[in-house]
Ligand binder design. Structure first.
Ligand SMILES: [Zn+2]
Length: 278
């Protein structure tokens, strides 16, 4: 089971004010899942230890907008893990294979190092579920973005909902997870692209409707460094809301309830989860 979640890029659209765009790393032993590959992938160059010991890396793309795939172009700088796979929603959402879409941007005249030249497998996400080491990932088609996107759910640990306008059905999809990561693109009082993005109040509303107490606001707007308003708005709706920050280790949000100590196989109580770092 994935226990470590590091935010690589906490912003949307373009990098600004210290936020790179959409990417996060979930680690489990010697395997890891990268959720989206925006410019945040560059954080792995700054902090190579985050990939230390990882033999298998699965990169799952929620959609193909550039703020979610630009970092695929940085993979040659990282050096690939022994087994690296990019999973995309080409067939699932847009009627052509993921490799066909990604070949366009990873080959000349856009980029000199094609994915296929790097021993990286490019595969299409299957129907509505993907079995990976450490997690069964459920996929949900989200219709309320400019192009469809995918919501992701990692067992009962984490639901990841980005690049969608308010979609009440996200709550049922996320229900039962310990943590929800949801995009927050604007405060309710000042709507911006509300037909394709969600407000932080709406993110809070989805968390509350799903019965999830821990909410991480992701895909933050790049227009200003001042985003406390987003946090206040979401925080009024859930007990624990956090703004994602690049480099933050937010694993504590996925941990079992503090105070409810998981029981080790021999019947002894396992150590209490590490408290939140931030
Ligand atoms: Zn985006």
């Amino acid at each position: 089971m994935h226990e470590t979640l590091i935010i690589l890029g906490s912003g949307g659209w373009f990098p600004a004010f210290g936020r790179q765009t959409a990417s996060a790393l979930l680690r489990d032993g010697d395997s890891a899942v990268m959720i989206d590959a925006g410019t945040g992938v560059g954080r792995l160059i700054e902090r190579p230890e985050l990939l230390e010991g990882i033999q298998r890396l699965d990169i799952i793309l929620t959609h193909f907008h550039l703020d979610h795939v630009a970092g695929l172009a940085y993979l040659p700088a990282l050096g690939v893990c022994e087994q690296t796979t990019v999973w995309g929603p080409g067939r699932l959402l847009y009627g052509a294979s993921t490799s066909e879409f990604l070949a366009r941007v990873s080959n000349e005249p856009f980029h000199p190092v094609p994915l296929e030249a790097q021993e990286i497998d490019v595969r299409d996400l299957p129907g509505d579920e993907l079995e990976l080491p450490g997690a069964r990932v459920e996929l949900r088609r989200q219709e309320r973005h400019s192009a469809p996107s995918l919501g992701l759910r990692f067992g009962d640990t984490l639901a990841w909902v980005t690049d969608t306008a308010y979609d009440k059905d996200s709550a049922a999809f996320a229900s039962g997870c310990r943590m929800l990561a949801h995009e927050a693109w604007f405060p309710d009082a000042r709507p911006r692209n509300a037909d394709i993005h969600s407000s932080s109040a709406q993110a809070g509303q989805i968390a509350a409707a799903a019965g999830i107490e821990r909410l991480l606001l992701i895909h933050l707007p790049p227009f200003t460094a001042l985003q406390h308003e987003l946090l206040l708005e979401a925080g009024a709706r859930v007990p624990r809301a956090l703004l994602a920050e690049d480099g933050a280790d937010v694993s504590a949000l996925m941990a079992p309830e503090a105070g409810v100590r998981p029981t080790a196989p021999d019947g002894d109580a396992a150590p209490a989860p590490v408290p939140a770092r931030r």
